[in-house]
Design a protein around this ligand. Sequence first.
Ligand code: UD1
Length: 429
Amino acid sequence: MDRIRIVGGRELNGVIPISGAKNAALPLMIASLLTPETLTLENVPDLADVNRLLRILGNHGVDHMVEGRRFGDSPDASRTIRLSARDIVDTTAPYELVSKMRASFWVVAPLLARMGEAKVSLPGGCAIGTRPVDLLIMALEKLGAKVEIEAGYVHATASRGLRGAEIEFPKVTVGGTHTAMMAAATAQGATRILNAAREPEVVDLAACLNKMGAKISGAGRSEIEIEGVGRLNGARHRVLPDRIEAGTYAIAAAMAGGDVLLAGAEAGALQNALDALVAAGAQVAVSNEGVRVKRNGAGLSPVDVETAPFPGFPTDLQAQFMALMTRAKGDSRITETIFENRFMHVQELARLGARIRLEGDVALVEGVERLEGAPVMATDLRASVSLVIAALAAEGETMVNRVYHLDRGFERLEAKLSGCGAVIERLSS
Ligand code: UD1
């Protein structure tokens, strides 16, 4: 299993190109199931989760072609993938595949919409809490599906097709909003989604579905309206930049000090986190090229954050921000409101010398003068990268184990950080 070795204490200076967003690419790829024509996606990140989803889609009959890089292209040139679901050959998504990646459950919506049937394994438990799919099922039922749960599978049928309806989510859910939009796009009549997720990835999916012929308005607001259309066609769409990757490197720059341009990052998708970084003492400048983050000399101030659905502070940056706060001059409170049990990184940060106390959904972080390198290991994607951030400011060597979590969500992490002066390398075994 690969490990990552980091020697802390170096500033970061340079340019980090931001990849296409994993959390946008996944639902966009799943949307290819809605049409027999080709959906071409540009700027798709080369990540383990993306490649796994390609295999899952292949199982349903989706052919894919990755357009090759041309001679002379930089390694940062993004991938273009053509997906073509001419014939759906299987409407079952088995446990072996779905259990490895929760988002693959979302295939239930396009399979049901196009084939009138889908049988998809329940995703099962996961390292950051129970993460149920009850609201996704509720949305499908509102649209007229009959849903049965048998032997760990969700079996949804709609023999006479789906019908538009009003779907009100009692809680903001990104996956629920994606599912409802994909299922309603070709339903008969109009659908209204209330208390919809407003995340940029929802806006990106709606934009792509509209290019495919859907009639969706209001994405990015709490109320989304969808006028069902008979069929969807192929389209070409560029995946938006990854705001979580950008936020992660912004926090890394604030932690290590230095001056980093996050090329291609969109500040608007990241405002809350950038505001928190400014409050912590970093300088942030936005330009056409992206977002530039600097911190020179001065120490870090403590900042309290509370995670919330977009446009609030993203839960996917909570672990990274906590790593930053371990070095602040004073105490901070980090409150997690989206996922239970998303503090698995706390014990590992403690191995590097952090002082953090947990009280329910609040982590109380007492800033320390110094962190010290140590062997650590992580249990999920964002937790792993929080350890990398802490290691950048720790004295001596940190060895991060279980690197496969990082490979799920961060494209060329070591190359991007070492390109800015960090001492970081992958050790393969
Ligand atoms: C997506 C993101 C994930 C991010 C999360 C919240 C992808 C691939 N993943 O996950 O990185 O952390 O949004 O921004 O885009 N819930 C229910 N019942 C349901 C569905 C959700 O109770 O049927 C709860 C969840 O347990 C959680 C909350 O709703 O407490 C939000 O979850 P949701 O927005 O659905 O997260 P995902 O779409 O799975």
